[in-house]
Structure formats: structure tokens, C-alpha cells
Design a protein around this ligand. Sequence first.
Ligand SMILES: C[S@@+](CC[C@H](N)C(=O)[O-])C[C@H]1O[C@@H](n2cnc3c(N)ncnc32)[C@H](O)[C@@H]1O
Length: 432
Amino acid sequence: MGSLAKSVIESSVDRLTMLSKAIEEKTRILTDTLRAKGLGAPSYQANGLSDFPLNEVGDEAIRARQEIVALTKELHDLVLGPRECLKTVAWDVSRNCQIFDLWRIPLAGSISYGDLAVEIHRLSGTTIIPSDLRRLLRLSIANNIFQEPNIGSVAHNRASLLLLDDAALANWVAFFTMDMMAPIANTVAAMKKWPGSQETNETGVNITFDHKDSFFDHLQADEARAKRYAIMLQSHGSREGYDISHTVLGYPWARLGASTVVDMGGSEGVVSFAVADEFPQLRFIVQDLAGMRTPEAMDKIPKHLTNRVSLTTHDFFQPQTESADAYLFRHIFHAFSDKYTIEILRALVPALRPGARIIINDIVLPVPGLLSQLEEKSIRTMDVLMKAVCNSREREVDDWKSLFEQADKRFRWQGAWKSSGKLWFIESTWEP
Ligand SMILES: C[S@@+](CC[C@H](N)C(=O)[O-])C[C@H]1O[C@@H](n2cnc3c(N)ncnc32)[C@H](O)[C@@H]1O
């Protein structure tokens, strides 16, 4: 926090006082706003609010909330002290020993652990003895999921009800705790076994499951896992700062004039539809793998865009055949290691005409310490996850620049910027 820059002369005790005062001040901003607007705050009570009403409170309160999250974390960690903090990090691995898919049980009021075990068996076929159920649930309760209104009986709270009401969120939680926990734990083992590997089948996933498939083949090999992944992606994409509006508004599309843009790995075309809606002079060719071109997907092109947006099939590792004004890669390269990213960029070359733009809309890793601790943690987590599942990575601005240089000297770097949201724009042009 700029306003709380640590001075070398500030004593550790003063720091605690400063933090608590700042927390009080920021909390007042937040509560005054909520009261003035007649809004509630989130609560873990079963009928409480599950999210902060961010859309209704205005920028000052949004900033105050972010600061409270950072300040309370700092105060918490300082009051624990480095030794206890380290131990807490290590102990917390057990909190994920919560079988979230089992927790999605409709309950009217409260139920005994014994009756809940019977209900779980009836609904899911899973046998879990009441004493094991109780130990797992009591750990969940200690982490604010479920409640025990009377000793021996369990009831939903707001967090556990969310797992029931919001399928995308429930699958997000289940995917990371059930499918990702062991591969992440094996990531260092994979780094040691295949130092610096850029291959998609030399990761913690391969060590955990003892196979040579890529992560995506691994997902598809188990129907339940593939389903969890597909549903959880809806929750992932809807995280604050990742929605398509930032892609529409963050790039000066109007300056392209009457142009054709190839949306590489554009899935079912939603990004192209959104940009085409705002910029009527643009045409889009959305390329993706054949598997994405189901009759249902083809039916989803909005009627008013059928003359400007087409959904086509193209594997971006194969030589590009569409000669266009621009090629958009949104959220593609972070899933590919440098070796494969360079291959994808080189595959464009046969179709590139002078001045063609390569527009990347993706994550850029900041210099450490630039973002709030919360944002820093989120982006660093994503970087490690990409390593854990496919040996790819998030990149700093210079890494992006270097990829173009390595791919072909005829790419001319135009820069990288972010106007809103979490994804940056990174651009090069073709100057033979
Ligand atoms: C994370 S999604 C991004 C989708 C879209 N660009 C967006 O921003 O919402 C990655 C997309 O790349 C596509 N893809 C993966 N490998 C591909 C390949 N070899 N050729 C073309 N598309 C591919 C996937 O099918 C998927 O639609």
C-alpha cells in the first residue's frame, strides 16, 4: 500500500497500530457506503449475502475493500509471526481433504452425522462412516463451510449452500481440490525428473497418474473429470476482470477500419461476436479445432452477424491459409510452452502480408511487488498451475517480446498495454 509504505525507522509495534487504524478507517468507508445505499454485507449465515455488492458501491468503496483484504492479511500474518505462519501454510494442506462433491447435499434444517451418512449413500452411492464424515465436516466448519447449530447435528451455511446452488463454483472447487491437489503436490518431482521440460506430458499430472498423456488427453480420459473441468471453466471465465467487455473496449479496434481479423483458437466465437457487435466494419474468421464445430455451435452465430463472422476449422500448428489484416490470440499462449508458442507464431508466416497485426490478449506477469498482495498471489498461482498441468507459463512483457524475436526477425514489436480488466494486449506487426 503506497500510503502505508514501510519506513525503515518504523518499529514493528508501531506497524501493528498503524495497520489496525488503517483497517478501521477503510472499514468505515465501506460501512458508510453500504449504509448510505441501504446495502448489506456478506455473511456466512445461511440466508446471508454470498458476495459483496460490488456493482452498487462505487470505486472508493471497492478500493477500500481491496485494501482491507490486504491490510487484514498483513496484520494477521504479523500477529501470528513468521514461525506460526509457516506452520499454518503447511497445516492448511489438510483443509483440502474435503470431498466437496459429497457436500452437495440438500438439507432442510439440521441433520445428525449418522443420518447425513445415510443420505449421502442414498444420493451418491458413496459409503462414508459417520465418524469420518464428522471429522471432515468439523474441519470444514472450522474453515467456514457448513455449521453445527447443536452438537452432533450439521446444517448448511451460506458457503456450503453456494456449493449446492452454483454448479460452476462447485465444480471449480471440486476440480482444484480433487483433480489438481495431487498433480500440484508432484510438480517439484516433475521439475526434478524433467528439468526445464517444455513438453505437455512431463508434468506432475504424469507422475501422479503414471501415464504419458497430455493434460487435455488426461482430462478427456475420465468422463466425470472432463465434465468437472468444462463446468468449472464457466466460473473461471467469469472472474472479475476477465470478461469479454475488456477485450471489446481495451483495444483500438476502430483504427483497423474495414478489416478481417482471424480469431485463433476462438472457440465458439463469443469474443468475435462481441467485438463485431461494437465495430461494424470488422469481419471475423473464427478458427478452432474440428471438435469445436458441432452443429449446435454453428447454430449459435447471431443472425445479424452471419455475414461478418464465420466459424471455421484450423489447427494453429498447421500453416495458416487465411491472409488477413489481423490475427487475435485471446487466452491461448499461456497454455503453451515457449517452444510450442514459437511454432504457432511461425505457422502464421505463409499467410502474413506486410503490416498484418498479431494481437495477443493474455496475462502479463508484473514485476514483483507492483500489484496488491492478493492480485500478486492470484497471478503467481496461475503461473505455477500452468507449469503443473502443461509445462507452460505466464510471461513478463520482455518474455512476450522475446517470443516474437525467436519466432521470426520480421515480426516488429509494437508494445504491450492494459487499459482495463486483467488481460493485457500485446502486439507485433509483420514487416518483411
Ligand atoms: C482457453 S480457450 C480460449 C478461447 C477463446 N480464445 C477465448 O478467449 O475465450 C483455448 C482455445 O484454443 C483452442 N485450441 C487448442 N488447441 C488448438 C489448436 N491446435 N488449433 C486451434 N485451436 C486450438 C481450444 O479448442 C480452445 O477453444
